[in-house]
Design a protein around this ligand. Structure first.
Ligand code: SF4
Length: 700
């Protein structure tokens, strides 16, 4: 969708270096090559579009099989002192190499690609001073959550003077950048620092960054970028924390790495964190299935060369005493470069010989792309992985899959125990000859002597792509070129019907659900059929059977699906708005949640409050994003009211707008609506969208 929006801006090529990564659509089923081949077949149309559009607009394209976006970024693009934005929430991963990485919505990315300024409220900075060195089974890989939990707990303690409150939301990590510094950073290698930065997304921070260290230089050298390391060394004052920086951070947290213990998180949330020493007790007091059904190593956090080397070293120990994994193992290398390297060193062969299945270098089960046999039976089971998220149904669509996340080495040890009631630091396994066996401490080289090249699956931008034809079939069900939205006209916000009054929590997944809709994310017309289908409509609260995803068609007087009513209004030329509750559209930055109502004829969303990125997305797509001056006004809006917002054409930053509500019986009441439009954002609304505005400026 980002690329489709960029195309609709009518620009000849991207204004800044841009890459596209095909890593989310490969389904884990048979293993590496077969799964990648299947994806290429199944998604040929989408991949051909991405490939042709990349060539046309000067974009680098990393094809299916090249690797996971964040690993590719680390290996090729991240550098100390840089700034990168990515349409994936784990983009802070680049902070492992001293680059500020920030996850954004597609519309923000398109702005940057089009050469527009990318704006963000200036975040505060939390300085985290690390001392000591990780010990034993503790690793940044499994313990980034512990590290962030400690940050959370420390901050909570400062604020609440109580150890009891661990909840993520007790501290506003949003609008915060975490900057690590102190002697402890010198003990971490580059991919370990990247893991910590990657996982900072789980506490909701804006970004996370480490300074340039010797480990950064070693990683840059191993990935053929010694010249960057040299430049960073020569300008090291710019890429390390300033002397005396602790006096300038908005908050400072001290963490002694010696004291961090391995953790296991889950089930169902990365926020539920268990120290390994307490895990067995927690398991025994729970109703969680104790037997493990699957072990998985991979994802953008934990699939480096060092990770796989640690795994194989443990496998070798177990094999040497005749042990075999008790549960199936799925293993993913983060990139083709890593995959080719471990293949060259025979590691792949050893892992497969031990019974593991190597998956294609992609997200796979981490993003639900796992064709797991029997998942549809929804049987309770426990899986353990080194992935970074474990929400309900995240891996296999089975809401009864209890997912626990930890480091690759602890996942491997658990694969050999087959039982969550196990602590590899002190428990033993029994070998076929009846002898007790305990794994030794995990160890591995941080980097290979050299990375193998492999097949990069990379398509570079041609010098001149202006003659390339972008491949979008007019009959496609998955792709559709976007038509520019109409510019604002006088009285556009007069006499709007209320499509729906959303009640309670309304996330992006309520507005534009995922699952089977994933296939239509490049086809605005088709994906608009899911608009608000998971949202609760307050007007139908007395009819629980239909309250979710349905609305009252005020023309026919019937109850229909929300997208159907929106389409009816659009066809009949009836302007409409949405009434939202608190923090409307929290969660993902997916711009479909703003594009869909705009496409179906929506004019405004009036809410008690908005999630920040969605509010901006609505503005960018040319919709009015407004909040009640008094949240209680939400209660006064009726199903058959008609709402007018007055004076939009003359709106000014900071000045509220008048709302006039006409009841069916003709009675009228008025109140005020607030907005956050800045001076430069009003033209987006008047032009019909931010992209229309960009285009108009270019043509002037
Ligand atoms: Fe996102 Fe998982 Fe893919 Fe990483 S591996 S980019 S967390 S889906």
């Amino acid at each position: 969708m980002a690329l489709l929006q960029f195309i609709s801006a009518g620009l000849p090529k991207v204004a800044i270096p841009t890459t596209i990564h095909s890593d989310h659509l490969i389904v884990a089923e048979h293993g590496d090559e077969a799964d990648v081949m299947n994806a290429k077949e199944q998604h040929r149309e989408v991949y051909d579009f991405l490939s042709s559009a990349s060539r046309r607009y000067g974009i680098g394209y990393w094809k299916a099989g090249s690797g996971i976006i964040h690993t590719i970024i680390l290996e090729n693009y991240a550098f100390p002192g840089g700034l990168i934005i990515g349409t994936d929430s784990h983009s802070p991963n680049a902070g492992g190499l001293g680059m500020l990485g920030i996850g954004v919505g597609g519309s923000d990315a398109v702005d940057a690609m089009a050469g527009m300024p990318w704006e963000l409220q200036c975040p505060k900075v939390i300085g985290v001073c690390l001392t000591g060195r990780l010990q034993g089974w503790a690793s940044s890989k499994g313990d980034s959550s512990a590290l962030h939990s400690r940050c959370r707990r420390f901050a909570d303690r400062c604020r609440h003077h109580s150890e009891a409150c661990w909840h993520t939301h007790c501290i506003r990590w949003q609008w915060r950048i975490i900057e690590f510094h102190g002697p402890g950073v010198q003990t971490l290698n580059a991919t370990a620092m990247a893991t910590v930065c990657n996982m900072s997304a789980e506490v909701g921070s804006t970004s996370c960054i480490f300074p340039f260290t010797d480990a950064t230089a070693r990683y840059l050298a191993a990935t053929d970028r010694s010249f960057i390391a040299d430049a960073a060394r020569q300008n090291s004052n710019l890429v390390i924390a300033d002397e005396g920086s602790e006096q300038h951070y908005d908050d400072v947290i001290h963490i002694d790495l010696d004291t961090l213990e391995p953790h296991i998180n889950g089930p169902f949330t990365p926020d539920l964190s268990h120290p390994l020493s307490r895990f067995s007790a927690d398991i025994s007091q729970s109703s969680w299935p104790q037997q493990i059904s699957q072990a998985m190593v991979g994802s953008c956090t934990n699939s480096s060369y060092e990770d796989l080397k640690k795994v194989v070293n443990l496998v070798r120990e177990a094999e040497a005493v005749g042990l075999k994994p008790k549960v199936p193992m799925l293993i993913t290398a983060g990139s083709e470069k890593i995959q080719a390297t471990v293949a060259r060193e025979g590691i792949l062969r050893e892992l497969e010989a031990a019974g593991a299945t190597m998956l294609g270098t992609s997200c796979g089960p981490c993003v639900g792309q796992w064709n797991r046999a029997g998942a549809d039976k929804h049987e309770p089971n426990s899986v353990i992985s080194s992935y970074n998220r474990n929400f309900v149904g995240r891996h296999d669509g089975n809401p009864a899959t209890h997912s626990f996340v930890t480091s690759p080495e602890i996942v491997t040890a658990f694969a050999y125990s087959g039982d969550l009631n196990f602590n590899p630091t002190c428990d033993t396994l029994t070998t076929p000859s009846g002898q007790p066996f305990r794994f030794s401490l995990p160890h591995a080289e941080e980097l290979p002597l050299s990375f193998a090249k492999g097949d990069t699956h990379y398509q570079g931008p041609p010098r001149d792509g202006s003659s390339v034809v972008v491949m979008v079939s007019p009959t496609s069900e998955r792709l559709q070129l976007l038509q520019p939205f109409a510019a604002w006209t006088q009285g556009n916000a007069d006499d709007m019907a209320v499509l729906v009054k959303v009640r309670g929590k309304c996330t992006t997944d309520h507005i534009s659900p995922a699952g089977p809709w994933y296939n239509y994310r490049g086809h605005l017309e088709n994906i608009s059929n899911n608009l608000l289908t998971a949202a609760e409509n307050d007007f139908l609260a007395s009819s629980p059977r239909v309250s979710r995803g349905h609305a009252i068609d005020q023309v026919a007087g019937t109850v229909e699906s929300i997208p159907q009513v929106a389409k009816t209004y659009k066809k009949a030329g009836i302007r409409w708005c949405i009434i939202g509750d608190t923090n409307y559209n929290e969660g993902s930055s997916r711009e479909h949640a703003a594009l869909e109502p705009r496409f179906l004829g929506g004019v405004a969303v009036i809410a008690r409050s908005f999630a920040r990125i969605h509010e901006t997305n609505l503005k960018k797509q040319g919709m009015l994003a407004l909040t009640f001056s008094d949240a209680k006004l939400y209660d006064d809006i009726g199903a058959d009211d008609r709402i007018s917002v007055l004076g939009v054409e003359d709106m000014e930053p900071g000045a509220p707008l008048r709302m006039r509500v006409k009841k069916r019986d003709g009675k009228v009441w008025e109140s005020w609506l607030e907005h956050t439009y800045q001076e430069g954002q009003v033209p987006w609304l008047m032009s019909g969208s931010a992209l229309n505005y960009v285009k108009s400026q270019r043509l002037r």
